[in-house]
Design a protein around this ligand. Structure first.
Ligand code: NI
Length: 249
């Protein structure tokens, strides 16, 4: 029924009790596992082998840009060549924690977009405190579909994002009491351009905020959207799954 377009269930924290995480996923119809290193990726492949609801995303995270050498890029390319990657990501720019290597982040971002173009896979975008640079680069280089993961910008920024061939993915923060732009963006985002996600184990939605997040909690993100958009939950779930699957046609 529900779609989780961005979760980290093969990170050490969630993978340490993966059986329980999977048992809780009965109401999930599609799920994209985000992998930020080789180990997480190989774990995700094992899950996907046994369960067709899973798709796999792999890419080098902007915050790790200093550690990404030629060898690591070649590893990513070999997975793409072997068609083992459904989505390239999460990739992008993050100027929130550290602005000392912005150029390196940009370089890595462009290289990975070009790989996505070459192998014709969608990209999942992490964009934090870097909206202008990120959108400039995407406008110039991106040729495949774009997912703006955990969108938290203004409605103006969202409109710029929507000018690209993109989907806007909403996560737990839209349920928070202090949610700033999230609810307005949900209201203004066309239904056929939206996705739901958890970004688990982070950003747990209300009423479980503060606890460990899991894909099952995407239910609360989806219910919040159905409330804000005044649309029946079932209709919304179907539309979101259609949007998600359209990435892979
Ligand atoms: Ni993530």
């Amino acid at each position: 029924m529900y779609t989780d377009s961005h979760c980290h269930i093969t990170c050490d924290q969630l993978y340490s009790h993966i059986d329980e995480v999977l048992e809780n996923m009965d109401a999930i119809s599609s799920c994209l596992i985000m992998c930020t290193n080789e180990e997480e990726f190989l774990r995700a492949e094992k899950l996907k082998e046994k369960d067709s609801r899973f798709k796999i995303a792999f890419g080098w995270f902007p915050g790790d840009a200093k550690e990404i050498d030629e060898k690591k890029l070649m590893l990513l390319e070999s997975y793409l060549q072997q068609q083992r990657v459904d989505v390239l990501g999460e990739i992008g720019l993050d100027y929130y924690w550290d602005t000392s290597f912005n150029d390196l982040q940009k370089e890595l971002f462009v290289k990975q977009i070009e790989l996505a173009n070459q192998y014709n896979v969608p990209i999942s975008i992490h964009m934090r405190e870097a909206t202008k640079d990120c959108l400039d680069i995407l406008t110039k280089y991106a040729k495949t579909k774009i997912i703006f993961h955990c969108f938290s910008g203004s409605t103006e920024t969202m409109k710029e994002c929507l000018r690209l061939d993109s989907l806007i993915s909403f996560a737990g923060p839209i349920t928070f009491k202090n949610a700033k732009h999230g609810p307005d963006c949900v209201k203004e985002c066309p239904l056929e351009r939206m996705l739901t996600e958890t970004d688990s184990p982070y950003l747990t939605p209300v009423p479980y905020r503060g606890k460990e997040n899991q894909p099952k909690y995407v239910e609360f993100v989806t219910k919040k959207i159905s409330e804000l958009k005044e649309i029946e939950l079932e209709t919304l779930c179907e539309q979101i799954e259609t949007n998600f699957l359209s990435l892979f046609n």
